[in-house]
Design a protein around this ligand. Structure first.
Ligand SMILES: [Zn+2]
Length: 83
C-alpha cells in the first residue's frame, strides 16, 4: 500500500490541501501544504515587522540621546561669560 503524501505540519493529506510542497532532503522527505506555508509566512512577516519596529525605536532612542549629548557639549545659556 502506497502512503498518501500528507503535510508534515498539519497532517492533512494531499487532496485536502491546495498545494503540497515536498522537501528535497531526508529518506522520507517532509511535506508542507500551502495553508501551513501561508500561516508561517504571516508569523515570519509579523516577526520581521516587530524587529523593524524595535530597530526603529532603538534608532529613535539613540538619536534622542545623541541630541541630548550634543546639546550639552555646546551650551549657549545667556549667563555664559564671553571672553
Ligand atoms: Zn499543512
Amino acid at each position: 500500500m502506497k502512503a498518501i503524501p500528507h503535510c508534515s505540519f498539519c497532517a492533512r493529506p494531499q487532496g485536502e490541501v491546495g498545494l503540497l510542497f515536498r522537501s528535497s532532503v531526508g529518506a522520507v522527505p517532509p511535506y508542507i501544504c500551502d495553508d501551513c506555508v501561508a500561516g508561517y509566512a504571516v508569523v515570519v512577516e509579523a516577526d520581521r515587522r516587530s524587529r523593524e519596529l524595535a530597530a526603529g525605536l532603538i534608532r529613535e532612542w539613540n538619536t534622542a540621546v545623541d541630541n541630548q549629548q550634543s546639546g550639552r557639549t555646546k551650551p549657549s545659556t545667556p549667563h555664559e561669560v564671553q571672553p
